[in-house]
Design a binder for this molecule. Structure first.
Ligand SMILES: Cc1cc2nc3c(=O)[nH]c(=O)nc-3n(C[C@H](O)[C@H](O)[C@H](O)COP(=O)(O)OP(=O)(O)OC[C@H]3O[C@@H](n4cnc5c(N)ncnc54)[C@H](O)[C@@H]3O)c2cc1C
Length: 401
């Protein structure tokens, strides 16, 4: 193990907390500090667009740690934003003026929601990333508003599904011709659209937002083809960007997040990154990627701790098959790998019409991705096959078995 007496972790959420737990499990006995800008103890985000929004779960259920924090012997600095990093003196600067010294630094600041250009600051327009965002939307849903969701990515589609499950009138607006076209391709995007339309969501695809009606409170969304979507509540879900502004000028290389090597090490020695904020070279797919999914944050947290504590030159690459899930209505969607719209697409193990099937994505005969609708067990096998650089033929047998 490398010599370090103080490790700072910035970002007190999934990747940050799990990293702290793995650091202690690795028998690191030095000082450990976890810095987060939210007031809450670390909590889980996936239910924010599902159970919390529908009023089924109280926020206490989201805690990411059931046991006491005392066992971790960690200095929890919550409600404080890191605003700067000095890589010479090795200190994280906090809002308000304090500085936290470190030998090793783990960056886990995740992502922050994007807003539309000219998004007005009027009542009724929300974004969703935090518990407070989710509770505010949930409170607004109680008034039975007409809901417009802008963006049909996973978060937008989950919000639309949750609102519809509450019996509300919901319209979903997407700039692409089909939802998730750039990741899953137009065929699977069309299936997602149909899932929503069958359950009463109005969907406008290939349409951009031109503006909003209403002066103090939102009354409508205006689309580029002249359509006016009357609504009382808008949720903008157009993606996130990595939270790295506090690192600008620090000497840590940034490129779509913290630019890491294959071991998750940043460009400055002793500094690593994990979770939604980390862009790294994944040798399995021979490409640089940044993944915004729960499983990746946990797996990277585990790996990055071994990279941080390794003696120089001994850290191992993080070769991973990304994995996600999304719950929309009664459909459990799960995906593995790195599908691209240009991949060969084979449907197996059911049909889109039955809403139970698996989409396999192949590149030069190799399986590179799979997305299952209501077929959970197969995905674990397919994930392993992708990890072994297995072929599309073998995948087809698994999917059809
Ligand atoms: C509504 C919602 C639903 C989701 N559903 C799913 C799902 O169904 N399946 C799935 O696979 N994934 C889902 N995800 C994604 C998953 O939750 C994320 O991948 C995961 O939270 C990433 O963890 P992270 O720790 O890297 O980043 P984050 O969870 O974003 O945590 C980063 C933390 O750092 C803090 N921070 C940022 N900047 C600073 C700073 N300068 N100083 C101090 N603190 C800072 C942030 O406030 C935040 O608390 C969902 C995400 C959301 C928002």
């Amino acid at each position: 193990m490398t010599e370090m007496s103080r490790i700072a972790v910035v970002g007190a959420s999934l990747a940050g907390l799990r990293a702290v737990e793995f650091i202690r499990r690795a028998k690191f006995e030095g000082e450990l500090v976890l810095i987060g800008d939210e007031e809450h103890l670390p909590y889980d985000r996936p239910p924010l667009s599902k159970e919390v929004l529908r009023g089924e779960w109280a926020s206490e259920r989201l805690s990411l740690r059931r046991k006491s924090y005392d066992d971790l012997n960690v200095d929890l600095v919550l409600g404080r934003r890191a605003v700067s990093l000095d890589t010479e003196t090795r200190e994280v600067g906090l809002e308000g003026g304090d500085a936290v010294p470190f030998d090793g630094l783990l960056i886990a600041t995740g992502g922050q929601v994007r807003e539309l250009p000219n998004q007005p600051r009027i009542a009724g327009i929300h974004t969703l990333r935090t518990l407070d965002d989710s509770l505010a939307i949930r409170a607004a849903l109680a008034a039975k508003p007409r809901v417009a969701v802008i963006g049909a990515g996973f978060i937008g589609a989950e919000v639309a599904a949750s609102a519809r499950q509450l019996g509300l009138e919901v319209t979903m607006i997407e700039a692409l011709e089909t939802p998730l076209e750039q990741t899953l391709g137009p065929r699977i995007g069309a299936v997602l659209r149909e899932v929503h339309e069958r359950r009463g969501v109005r969907v406008h695809c290939g349409r951009r937002v031109r503006g909003f009606g209403g002066s103090d409170r939102v009354e409508s969304v205006l689309l580029d083809d002249g359509t006016k979507v009357d609504c009382d509540l808008v949720v903008v879900g157009i993606g996130v960007s990595p939270s790295v502004s506090w690192l600008e000028g620090s000497g840590v290389d940034l490129e779509d997040g913290v630019r890491c090597d294959a071991t998750l090490a940043a460009s400055v020695p002793g500094i690593v990154a994990a979770g939604d904020v980390a862009s790294w070279y994944n040798p399995l797919f021979e490409e640089r990627m940044r993944v915004e999914h729960w499983t990746n944050a946990v797996e990277q947290a585990r790996h990055v701790v071994s990279s941080l504590l390794a003696t120089p030159g001994e850290a191992k690459p993080f070769e991973s098959v990304p994995m996600f899930w999304s719950d929309q209505f009664d459909i459990k969607i799960q995906g593995v790998g790195r599908p691209k719209p240009t991949d060969e697409l084979v449907l197996a193990g059911g049909t889109p019409e039955s809403e139970k099937f698996i989409a396999l994505y192949g590149r030069a005969g190799r399986l590179v991705g799979a997305v299952a609708f209501n077929r959970p067990p197969k995905l674990i096998q397919l994930r392993m096959l992708i990890g072994k650089r297995g072929g599309l033929d073998e995948a087809l047998k698994i999917a059809e078995s």
